[in-house]
Design a protein around this ligand. Structure first.
Ligand code: DX5
Ligand code: ZN
Length: 245
């Protein structure tokens, strides 16, 4: 199944004093999605921003808001993030005992549902919720901070999840330490959606960000498995892949 590569810059690495301008800059630089990392200082050892900040930057761009919730509990806050303008809402499998319920709640709010797995969590955690998913996010660092090194151990997990997904219209996203240097093996393992924070927000201008995004995209496209490359020149068929906006 052909899926175009999506690059989702994480605004965790943006200059928070100029957050609206930074979002506009990555939009102009060719970001496909805007990745919003929400941290609570409880599920992860860092605090970032919440629904009000997402609501404030929502009018700046029409791009998909990909909201990664690193919070526990998560269920009481889903509606607030939906109302703030999230398009995709991703919860952690480790964040609570009722993942199936959380995923149903996200879809009931009219949003795309994602689940994220920390590096130590096996892919079996999502075996019985696959049909409730629009996205699986494999963490390639321990969540909580930008700028960490990519964990190679996760490439095997990415490949296993790619085969579990089969023909389902589920995006496979990778988050943490992604750069132009490792985007090829990440895509070769089966990822189609790449989050990058520090590798995108290098330099100052939108032109710098555009070059950074392009470097990751080119590497990922080159790394795509042959089956995907062979099909990449033909147009997408109706209903193929996951097109979120
Ligand atoms: C980590 C976050 C990531 C992170 C990515 O907890 O979920 O989105 O900010 O940043 P880099 O690309 O710098 O690892
Ligand atoms: Zn993230």
């Amino acid at each position: 199944m052909t899926r175009e590569i999506i690059i989702a810059p994480s605004i965790l690495a943006a200059d928070f004093a100029r957050l609206g301008e930074e979002v506009a800059a990555i939009d102009a630089a060719g970001a496909d999605w805007i990745h919003c990392d929400v941290m609570d200082g409880h599920f992860v050892p860092n605090i970032s921003f919440g629904a009000d900040v997402i609501k404030a930057i929502r009018p700046v761009t029409k791009k998909v808001f990909d909201v990664h919730l690193m919070i526990a509990p998560v269920d009481p806050y889903l509606e607030a993030f939906a109302k703030a303008g999230a398009d995709v809402i991703t919860v952690h499998a480790e964040a609570g005992p009722h993942l199936d319920r959380s995923l149903q709640a996200i879809r009931a709010l009219g949003k795309k549902a994602g689940v994220s797995l920390c590096p130590a969590t096996p892919e079996s955690a999502i075996e019985y919720v696959l049909d409730r998913l629009d996205l699986v996010l494999v963490m390639t660092v321990n969540p909580g901070f930008g700028g960490q090194s990519f964990l190679e151990s996760q490439l095997e997990k990415i490949a296993r999840i790619r085969s579990m997904i089969g023909e389902r219209p589920i995006r496979l996203e990778v988050d943490g330490g992604v750069t132009g240097d490792n985007a090829a093996p990440v895509a070769a393992a089966g990822a189609d959606t790449l989050v990058a924070g520090s590798a995108v927000f290098r330099g100052k201008s939108s032109a710098d960000y555009a070059a950074n995004i392009a470097a990751i995209r080119v590497a990922a496209e080159a790394g795509r498995v042959p089956k995907l490359q062979d099909n990449s020149s033909r147009p997408m068929r109706a209903g193929e892949g996951v097109r979120i906006r």
